[in-house]
Design a protein around this ligand. Sequence first.
Ligand code: COA
Length: 161
Amino acid sequence: MRIAVYPGSFDPITNGHLDIIRRASRLYDKLIIGVLNNTSKSPLFTAEERKAMIDEAIVGISNVSCDVFSGLLVDFAKQNGASVIVKGLRTVADFEYEFQMALLNKALNPEYETMFMMTNTKYSYISSSMIKEVAKYNGELDGLVPHNVILKIKDKLQREF
Ligand code: COA
């Protein structure tokens, strides 16, 4: 069975992420989305909230599931029996950092391969920070994030400010 993990912060999940998830789900028997419970970033949503938004967005994609993880990505991959790490590349700017992470993960555990997928051009300019920025100033989020995320982000920002 070919199992892959797709890791990230997903604060929140965007249509760019979802596009990668849909396409990767066709290449592997099972795709497990790993939501990093990161201590270095100060996320808007808790890891559990980020997972809940992803769970709603992936309804109907039968071979995809989502879990929260902390610690090393290679350990999360191992716990899930995965042999592949899927990452999306948006622009050349992503490349250097992603290349470094792929090499580090390979050094940590040579069994894992990182597979890069080019983000669909219509989503290449989206990032989670930009989504939060647009939402903060009441900008239109239709088409940029899944519909359930629009409601959650508006609700969250109303509570914050
Ligand atoms: N569409 C839209 N946005 C995308 C995207 C896509 N296809 N792919 C990436 N992004 C954006 C994210 O929205 C995020 O935007 P932001 O910076 O505005 O929040 C940005 O790219 C970075 O993504 P993020 O998921 O936050 O982090 P990352 O890709 O740099 O790496 C992990 C996250 C989880 C893979 C990495 O930190 C990790 O493996 N951590 C575990 C610890 C570990 O093993 N460390 C050693 C190896 S690095």
